[in-house]
Ligand binder design. Structure first.
Ligand code: ADP
Length: 494
């Protein structure tokens, strides 16, 4: 990738965006818009439609109509697969444009954005497109005179509420399997990262996805998100975001039609380093990358370093050294390792978390402050807080920013206890050269994912889902398809 190609796209004027409903760009019913502020320099990038409940209802009605008349679900599997594959190709062909647009909108460093956003979205759409004509139904092991036939049917209308950290990656984790099995979707992007998802839906139309099958409504969570959650005509709600919003969605479901709600709510993932692990410099680099990439705005970020006490001092020094190589900078420069924090609001929350950690007795050994303020953008130094106790708020509460806590342990048992001492259970990492210990840790850590001798990078072939207050239901892999289908039993007397 050439820097000049990025530079050429990075000053393009971004047109004002509208909703995409029934295949058309539609303004809000009351004409409302909201400014899109680029975290790179705090400037206004463009505007998006500030949706109303009426807009959301219109999108849901369009999705329902598309589902009922079968314009998508009743197409032969091979035809749907062709559309999904063409869509994946188009995403790839437009990858640089999408990555630059996304980085300007949400601040993710471009090298990571390219890989994690368009390229991963294309891979996900292709994977689920490929699955369309590979999934079979079941014949039950019944008595001889009956036939028990079990099939999976699309649920109908799926609502997907997407966060701002990786909109294309997380968005396609939901709409990929939902569309592959024939559902219609209404997508609600985050206020501060809507632009690439609108473009993604335009590319779907270009690939041949019929109008109304994928609709995008932008605006405030508390308005259009709420209308989606409370709708009597949405069958499944798939969400990634904060615990507070997740709880609201469950309430919306209870207050409306009992729609199924799948929640991915982040975590406080432990990254555990044992003293027998070799090459501390390499591990330190992985630990720093595991928390600081995308300014820590990663749901699986390894935000709690747990390190065995006899190597603690050396290892923390190694992490500090690795972190000095990760200076925040302009997200549109290829060499930038850490881009901008998504919004001014998020930056304030991150700084607040550092203040709280200090109040609780933590020791800031690196970073801790806002930086590059003269750009007008929102940047934060990667921050390491040592001496964090299990009762400290930094140990217990997700920051969703570039803040790593350090806690030491004396043996495997204590490492497991500490790892499992939060309400969350999304991801984790273990560094050990002892294979038996690796397997014991895999079994003992209460989390959806355990990385061993690596961190992050798990692709679409494996599920990602949390336990405890990290949520329920998994994104990715063929298992995700279950979320967007109902089982149908046919019991036939022979
Ligand atoms: P964060 O605090 O990290 O921004 P949120 O959970 O607020 O996380 O945001 C994730 C997504 O949830 C966004 O698309 C946002 O608009 C949406 N959202 C926020 N509040 C609500 C709500 N009350 N109902 C439905 N969706 C919401």
């Amino acid at each position: 990738m050439e820097q000049s190609a990025i530079d050429a796209l990075s000053t393009n004027k971004v047109a004002s965006q509208k909703h995409l409903i029934d295949g058309n760009a539609i303004a809000s019913s009351d004409g409302g818009t909201m400014d899109v502020i680029s975290p790179i320099d705090g400037s206004k990038l463009t505007t998006i439609a500030r949706g109303t409940a009426e807009d959301m209802d219109r999108a849901i009605a369009s999705a329902r109509e598309a589902f009922v008349d079968g314009r998508w679900k009743d197409q032969p599997p091979a035809a749907r697969k062709r559309v999904m594959h063409k869509w994946a190709d188009l995403i790839e062909q437009n990858a640089l444009e999408l990555a630059v647009l996304g980085a300007r909108d949400n601040g993710t460093e471009i090298a990571m954005a390219l890989k994690a956003e368009p390229m991963s979205a294309a891979a996900t759409i292709r994977y689920y497109g490929e699955a369309i004509d590979k999934k079979y139904g079941e014949i039950a092991p019944t008595a001889k005179d009956v036939l028990g036939m079990v099939t999976q049917e699309p649920v109908g209308v799926v609502g997907a509420i997407i966060p701002w950290n990786f909109p294309l990656m997380i968005g396609t984790w939901k709409i990929g399997p939902a569309l592959a099995v024939g559902n219609s979707v209404v997508l609600k992007p985050a206020e501060t990262a809507s632009l690439t998802l609108i473009r993604l839906a335009e590319l779907a139309l270009e690939a041949g996805l019929p109008q109304g099958v994928l609709n995008v409504v932008t605006g405030e969570g508390g308005v259009v998100g709420e209308a989606l959650g409370l709708s009597m005509d949405v069958d499944v709600l798939a969400f990634t975001g904060s615990g507070a919003t997740g709880r609201r969605l469950l309430e919306y479901s209870a207050r409306s039609n009992l729609k199924r709600v799948y929640l991915e709510l982040g975590g406080k993932s432990p990254h555990i380093v044992f003293n027998e692990a070799d090459d501390l410099a390499h591990i330190a680099k992985a630990v720093a990358g595991g928390i600081f990439r995308n300014s820590g705005q990663v749901c699986v970020a390894g935000s709690r370093l747990l390190v065995q006490d006899d190597i603690k001092e050396d290892f923390v020094n190694a992490v500090v050294k690795a972190t000095t190589q990760m200076t925040p900078g302009n997200p549109l420069q290829l060499e930038t390792k850490i881009g901008a924090v998504n919004s001014s609001n998020q930056l304030q929350q991150n700084l607040q978390a550092v203040a709280i950690a200090t109040e609780d007795g933590g020791n800031v050994v690196f970073g801790g402050k806002r930086c590059l303020a003269d750009t007008g953008g929102f940047y934060m130094e990667p921050t390491i807080v040592d001496g964090v106790k299990v009762s400290d708020r930094l140990f217990q509460k997700e920051v969703f920013g570039p803040v790593l806590s350090v806690t030491s342990f004396k043996d495997e048992q204590e490492a497991i206890m500490l790892a499992n001492s939060t309400d969350y259970g999304l991801a984790s990492g273990v560094w050990t050269s002892n294979i038996s210990r690796a397997h014991r840790m895999i079994k003992s850590i209460r989390a959806g994912v355990v990385h061993v001798n690596t961190y992050g990078g798990a692709d679409v072939t494996v599920p990602l889902g949390g336990v405890g207050q990290s949520g329920n239901g998994s994104d990715k892999s063929l298992h995700a398809i279950e979320k967007y289908t109902n089982l149908k039993t046919a019991w036939i007397q022979l």
